[in-house]
Design a protein around this ligand. Structure first.
Ligand code: GCU
Length: 452
């Protein structure tokens, strides 16, 4: 049953079993780098045919940008109905409480923290948005917005960051004890967040602890917007209702609503970023909310940038079994049956067109199928070509640490399932190029769009 919200939403104590399950869930980071019993051999990838982004459901071809606008609506709805679920419209206006706004990081940044409600009630689900912006900025700056896994306070040792009260996955190395975040976690994830680099390049960084929006376990929906927005008479989400990724995407859209009210941020230049499950989330967010200027997927893998039909590394069946709450229930139909799904992930990338999108893989992150992530980008190229834009623009996955692409950026980095400074450098170069912050890189305008 949906839980009744109290002022301290998210404070419920969950069973030991759930905590253990969630420790295992964190697999992708380091615990389960390459689980056994799955295919990691390119020669064993089954033969498959991808659904065509440029053919309407009734079989007629998409020939123009105007046609694509209609087809785009069809594809988006297919992803809602078969993969991520349908999200309701949030009720009520933006409800925000300013927690603090002051100079931080030795004068490099202004740190602002706001608490944002996700319902029309003063209690109920809410999240804290941490925003660092360059203190030296004279005008509105572009911003990068993304979730973090363990709390805003883990991205930097900055003592002024508010520590969340909501449920956290137990992990002593991140300072989480009895499912509560503590001071010991401050800065424990700073290696993944190039805060100073981002600020020095003139961007703001905005982040949210994803568990504020929905705790990441199978019963987490009871503590999130998903229970609050249940259709009347229902005791759990319907098979085509939103899953956790859908709920997280809605949180990012609400954060963007807020950024649009903050005059120090250029709301037309907000980049949505995410790693791994949160990279799946950033892709779905960029697809479902066209206000995001650029989408970045870091090592997002199955259900993110990787083509499901390849069955390389993580499969649809495995993800639906271990993480039954991420997608809608209908996605289970495609367990060991990917070819019947009316979409594959290249169509998710295509939903960004003509906006820029960056897909990053890591060499050792075979669980996430680096080549499958590249191929999603490549097979989105024909949709970009309709707009006379070059997407990835190359046919083969490039070598290690060799970024490629024009409107669809791609690289495969040396190393494992992580976010490294190298990744951030590429994202900032890409955003600079598309926001006109530096001259276009040589070569990028010479590429020819890939027509079908
Ligand atoms: C697991 C899961 C992946 C996910 C990853 C993560 O490994 O199988 O799909 O991307 O966790 O979010 O770290």
């Amino acid at each position: 049953m949906p839980r009744v919200f109290s002022a301290e939403t998210g404070m419920r104590f969950h069973s030991f079993l759930i905590a253990i399950a969630c420790v295992l869930f964190l697999g992708g980071s380091s615990v389960v780098a390459q689980p056994k019993g799955f295919n990691y051999d390119e020669s064993k990838v089954p033969k498959f045919e991808l659904p065509d982004s440029l053919i309407f459901d009734d079989g007629s071809p998409v020939k123009s940008v105007a046609d694509w606008k209609k087809r785009r609506a069809e594809v988006l709805q297919l992803f809602r109905d078969h993969v991520y679920g349908n999200a309701p419209k949030l009720r009520g206006g933006l409800k925000v409480k300013l927690l603090s706004e002051e100079e931080a990081l030795d004068g490099l940044a202004i740190r602002k923290q706001v608490r944002i409600q996700l319902t029309d009630k003063p209690y109920g689900p809410r999240f804290d948005l941490l925003i660092y912006r360059p203190a030296a900025a004279k005008k509105a700056v572009p911003a990068i917005l993304g979730y973090n896994f363990y709390g805003n306070h883990t991205i930097h040792p900055d003592p002024g960051i508010v520590i969340h009260q909501s449920w956290s996955r137990n992990d002593k190395s991140k300072g989480v004890v009895n499912n509560r975040a503590t001071e010991a976690g401050r800065g424990s994830r700073q290696s993944r967040w190039a805060v100073e680099m981002i600020l020095k390049r003139g961007y703001a960084l905005a982040t949210i602890y994803y568990g504020d929006v929905e705790p990441d376990h199978k019963d987490g929906w009871e503590d999130s917007t998903r229970s609050y927005y249940l259709a009347p008479g229902r005791s759990k989400p319907a098979p085509t209702d939103w899953g956790a990724i859908g709920a997280w995407a809605t949180g990012l859209s609400r954060a963007l609503d807020y950024l649009g009210t903050d005059r120090s941020i250029n709301e037309k230049q907000v980049v949505v970023f995410g790693h791994s499950r949160l990279g799946k989330t950033s892709l779905w967010t960029g697809a479902s909310d066209e206000r995001f200027a650029i989408t970045i997927s870091n090592n997002s893998g199955c259900g993110g940038a990787a083509l499901s039909r390849r069955r390389f590394g993580e499969t649809v069946k495995r993800i639906n079994t271990v993480f039954p709450h991420w997608f809608n229930d209908r996605f289970n139909r495609y367990n060991e049956n990917e070819n019947d799904c009316p979409v594959d992930q290249h169509m998710l990338v295509a939903l960004m067109a003509p906006r820029p999108v960056y897909i990053a893989s890591a060499e050792e992150d075979r669980w996430a199928d680096p080549n499958g992530e590249f191929l999603s980008g490549k097979h989105a190229d024909p949709v970009y070509a309709l707009f006379d834009k070059v997407g990835v623009g190359v046919d083969k996955q490039p070598g290690l640490d060799q970024p490629v692409g024009d409107t669809i950026g791609y690289h495969v980095r040396t190393g494992g399932h992580e976010v490294k400074d190298y990744d951030w450098e590429q994202y900032l170069n890409f955003a600079d190029r598309h926001f006109g912050r530096t001259p276009k890189e040589p070569g990028s305008t010479k590429m020819k769009p890939v027509k079908k």
